[in-house]
Design a protein around this ligand. Structure first.
Ligand code: MTE
Ligand code: MO
Length: 315
C-alpha cells in the first residue's frame, strides 16, 4: 500500500500561478477570454499527496551510494509531464493510452549522416541498466533503475560536423492526445538542449525502459533523455527530433520563466531557485529530508566539464 504524506502546494503548483503574472493573464485572456481571469485569480491547486513507501524495495538493489531504489509504483504514479497535466498524480491515467509505437526519431542538423531511427534501430544500440538519482528542481528525488544506452553511441553514428557544439532535443507535439498542450502558457513542443560534450558524456543516456520493462507512457515512452547530474526538467521525454546545432538552444523552461531556468541546470545546493531552496531534498519514500549533493552526487564524473565556469551563474 502507498502511504500518502502531505506535501506543500508550492511543490505542485504550476509556475504560471507564481511567476510572470502579466504574461499569464495575457495568454489566458487571449486563449479563453476574460472569464479566465476570475477563475485563475489565485493559486488553485490544492496540495495532493505523493505516493511513498519505505524499505529497500523489492529488488534489494541500491545506487552506488547505497541508497535503495525508489518503489516502482511511485516512479509510475508521481510524474512531471506537462503535456498531460501539471498534476503529478493525474499524468499516469491521462497518458495511459498515448500511442508510443510505431515511433521515429529524426536526427539531423550539423551531421554528415542524418538519419531517422525507429524503435528497433534504437534498441540495437543495446539496453543496459543504469541506476541513477533523479533530482527535480522542485526538491524531490528518486532512485530509478533505467534501461538505456549512452546517447554518445547514437551521436557517433550520425557523425557531428566540426561546427556542431550543442544538441537540441524536441518532444512530440500531439495536442489532440496531450491535453496539457492546450495550455498556451508554454511554448510547445517541449524542447531541451545540452552542450555537445555533456551529450557525449557516458552518464548521459537515452532511456527506453525502467525496472526491467519498457518505459510507461508517463515516464516518457518510448524514448527519453536522462542526464542524472542536472535537474529533472533537462531529461526530456517522448523525443521525436534531435538536432546538432552551432548555437546554444533555448528550452521550453527558459522561454516560459527565464529568471527561474537556465541552460545548464546542474544540480547545485549552493544556488537557490527563486521558489525553492536547493539545499535539501525529499527522497520519495523517505521521511524527512536529505542534503542535496553537488551535481546530484556525480561531481567526480562531471565537474571537469565546467572547469573555469562560474557555477553560481548557471542554475
Ligand atoms: N516532454 C517532457 N519531458 C519532461 C517533462 C515534461 O513536462 N515534458 N518534465 C520534466 C521534469 S520537470 C521532470 S522532474 C522529469 C520527471 O520524470 P519522471 O516523471 O519519469 O520521473 O521529466 C522531465 N521531462
Ligand atoms: Mo522536475
Amino acid at each position: 500500500m502507498l502511504r500518502l504524506p502531505k506535501i506543500p502546494s508550492s511543490e505542485i503548483t504550476p509556475p504560471e500561478l507564481f511567476y510572470n503574472r502579466r504574461r499569464f493573464l495575457k495568454t489566458m485572456a487571449a486563449a479563453v477570454g476574460g472569464l479566465a481571469l476570475a477563475a485563475c485569480a489565485g493559486p488553485t491547486a490544492a496540495p495532493t499527496p505523493a505516493p511513498a513507501t519505505t524499505g529497500a524495495g523489492p529488488t534489494g538493489k541500491t545506487d552506488e551510494l547505497g541508497d535503495p531504489l525508489t518503489d516502482r509504483e511511485a516512479i509510475l504514479n508521481y510524474n512531471n509531464y506537462f503535456e498531460f497535466s501539471t498534476n503529478k498524480q493525474a499524468v499516469a491515467r491521462l497518458a495511459a493510452d498515448f500511442p508510443t509505437s510505431p515511433w521515429q526519431v529524426q536526427v539531423g542538423g550539423l551531421v554528415n549522416k542524418p538519419r531517422v531511427f525507429d524503435l528497433d534501430d534504437l534498441r540495437r544500440f543495446g539496453l543496459e541498466e543504469r541506476i541513477y538519482r533523479l533530482r527535480c528542481v522542485e526538491a524531490w528525488s528518486m532512485v530509478i533503475p533505467w534501461l538505456g544506452f549512452p546517447l554518445r553511441k547514437l551521436l557517433e553514428t550520425v557523425e557531428p560536423t566540426s561546427q556542431a557544439r550543442y544538441v537540441r532535443f524536441e518532444a512530440v507535439y500531439d495536442p489532440d492526445r496531450m491535453p496539457g498542450q492546450r495550455n498556451t502558457w508554454y511554448e510547445w513542443p517541449y524542447v531541451e538542449g545540452l552542450r555537445l560534450d555533456e551529450a557525449m558524456h557516458d552518464l548521459t543516456i537515452l532511456a527506453m525502459g525502467l525496472y526491467g520493462e519498457p518505459l510507461a507512457p508517463q515516464n516518457g515512452a518510448p524514448v527519453r533523455l536522462v542526464v542524472p547530474w542536472k535537474y529533472g526538467f533537462k531529461s526530456i521525454k517522448a523525443i521525436v527530433k534531435i538536432d546538432l546545432v552551432a548555437e546554444q538552444p533555448s528550452s521550453l523552461w527558459m522561454i516560459a520563466a527565464p529568471h527561474e531556468y537556465g541552460f545548464y541546470a546542474n544540480v547545485n545546493p549552493d544556488v537557490p531557485h527563486p521558489r525553492w531552496s536547493q539545499r535539501t531534498e525529499r527522497r520519495i519514500g523517505e521521511l524527512g529530508r536529505r542534503e542535496t549533493l553537488p551535481f546530484n552526487g556525480y561531481a567526480e564524473q562531471v565537474a571537469h566539464l565546467y572547469a573555469g565556469m562560474d557555477l553560481r551563474k548557471y542554475y
